[in-house]
Design a protein around this ligand. Structure first.
Ligand code: RFL
Ligand code: PHB
Length: 388
């Protein structure tokens, strides 16, 4: 087979890239390791920056999001003695969209089907070959080996995929921070705790009340790294969540059986550069953020924004300029989101080795946010998304 672009990974980054490129007349094939059902069953992000909303709309996948997504004007930060509303609308005239990654991925698969896009699922043993200059990709499907020749490979295969690993170690600089806790997440068919998201900082640890729609809630609590999902019954989860969130939200919280429960470790990670010859990385393949700032999916969208424009410019007028600048341009935005996600995580979680001094700094930073419109504005600007 031959395509101009071979895209590895059928998550949001890979599917969105293929959708944008196909609409611009560029041929691409997406190779995904899992089945479509598996990809669509993963419960992940819930919050879209408005720039992501607009990018999805430009790609022709905005109609269900517009109809079913819930625009939010702000979030609540709750600390022991204080609740601080970060009013995006008032502070900077912006909003975010609550619309699950599961739905975004669903819409992208539907759009790919409607255009006759090629997405090969259950592709095993995907291997990047011929790099950096004469790329091709091999894989096995139903026991038969296949080969795709291409001009470029887009590595959109997440943190554990083969694309980043195809770059020689000596050429890649990586930066990493592992946090000493994870998030235990629960999805339940219950009405959300409040109209907006609540980020709660408590002596017992962080908690987050989020949602997917008026009948589906998503909650998280900070747990030690060695905890296993099985040791958390639904009852224990709800009891712990209630202890950490504001009193009024805890009193009216509607609980129910969990329909998904999982623990995710938290890490910050960046690999530089995001290009090696004719291989480009996008999304989680190149960087990971802790979920506290709601940035992971949004960074995947902004990488695809830059990469798709660079590839379109290349095929329209032979210009290499945007391709040559892709890594630098994408990383400039990535690092600001890395910083913001680290800051939100550091501000709101309890760390095992925190001294009294550290706890005071944390408490007074939250107090400062409550007192200072400038501080809240900086938070709002980053949370709703820096410009592309
Ligand atoms: P994905 O979604 O991991 O997709 C990569 C795809 O590549 C496939 N793949 C392979 N395909 C072929 N061959 C191989 N050898 C392959 N190896 C892997 C995988 O099967 C997969 O389908 O990466 P992508 O597209 O870059 O998208 C990134 C986002 O998924 C991720 O950043 C977000 O989910 C992060 N995240 C959040 N981001 C936000 O913007 N807002 C949020 O509110 C938010 N909350 C979250 C999150 C992530 C979480 N977890 C579990 C990691 C909450 C959680 C709990
Ligand atoms: C979610 O709804 O899954 C979610 C929302 C906000 C975050 C992280 C996760 O910061």
């Amino acid at each position: 087979m031959r395509a101009q672009i071979c895209i590895i990974g059928g998550g949001p980054a890979g599917l969105l890239l293929s959708q944008i490129l196909h609409r611009a007349g560029i041929s691409c094939i997406v190779l995904e390791r899992h089945s479509r059902d598996y990809v669509l069953a993963r419960i992940r992000a819930g919050v879209l920056e408005w720039g992501s909303v607009e990018e999805l709309e430009r790609a022709g996948v905005g109609s269900r999001m517009r109809a079913e997504g819930i625009p939010h004007d702000g979030v609540l930060l709750a600390a022991r003695n204080r609740a601080i509303r970060i009013d995006f609308k008032d502070l900077i005239g912006r909003q975010v969209m609550v619309y699950g990654q599961t739905e975004v991925t669903h819409d992208l698969y539907d759009a790919r089907d409607a255009m006759g896009g090629t997405v090969i699922t259950e592709a095993e043993g995907v291997t990047l070959q011929g790099l950096p200059d004469t790329p091709y990709v091999t894989y096995v499907k139903d026991g038969t080996e296949h080969r795709i020749d291409c001009d470029y490979i887009a590595g959109c295969d997440g943190f554990h995929g083969p694309s980043r690993k195809a770059i020689p170690e000596a050429l890649l600089k990586t930066y990493e921070k592992i946090y000493p806790f994870g998030w235990l997440g629960v999805l339940s068919e219950t009405p959300p705790a409040a109209e907006e998201l609540i980020y709660a900082s408590h002596d017992r640890g962080f908690a987050l009340c989020s949602m997917r729609n008026p009948h589906l809630s998503r909650y998280y609590i900070q747990v030690p790294l060695d905890h296993k999902v099985d040791q958390w019954s639904d009852e224990a989860f709800w009891a712990e969540l209630k202890r950490r969130i504001p009193h009024d939200a805890a009193e009216t919280l509607v609980t129910g059986p969990s329909i998904e429960k999982s623990i995710a470790p938290l890490r910050s990670f960046v690999a530089e550069p995001m290009r090696w010859g004719r291989l480009f990385l996008a999304g989680d393949a190149a960087h990971i953020v802790p979920p506290t700032g709601a940035k992971g999916l949004n960074l995947a969208v902004s990488d695809v924004h830059y990469l798709s424009r660079a590839l379109i410019a290349h095929y329209r007028d032979g210009s290499e300029e945007l391709l040559d600048r892709y890594s630098e341009t994408a990383l400039a935005r990535v690092w600001k989101a890395i910083r913001f996600s680290w800051w939100m995580t550091t501000l709101l979680h309890r760390f095992p080795d925190q001294s009294d001094f550290d706890l005071h700094i944390q408490a007074y930073e939250i107090e400062y946010l409550g007192d200072s419109r400038a501080a809240r504005t900086a938070l709002a600007e980053n949370y709703t998304g820096l410009p592309f």
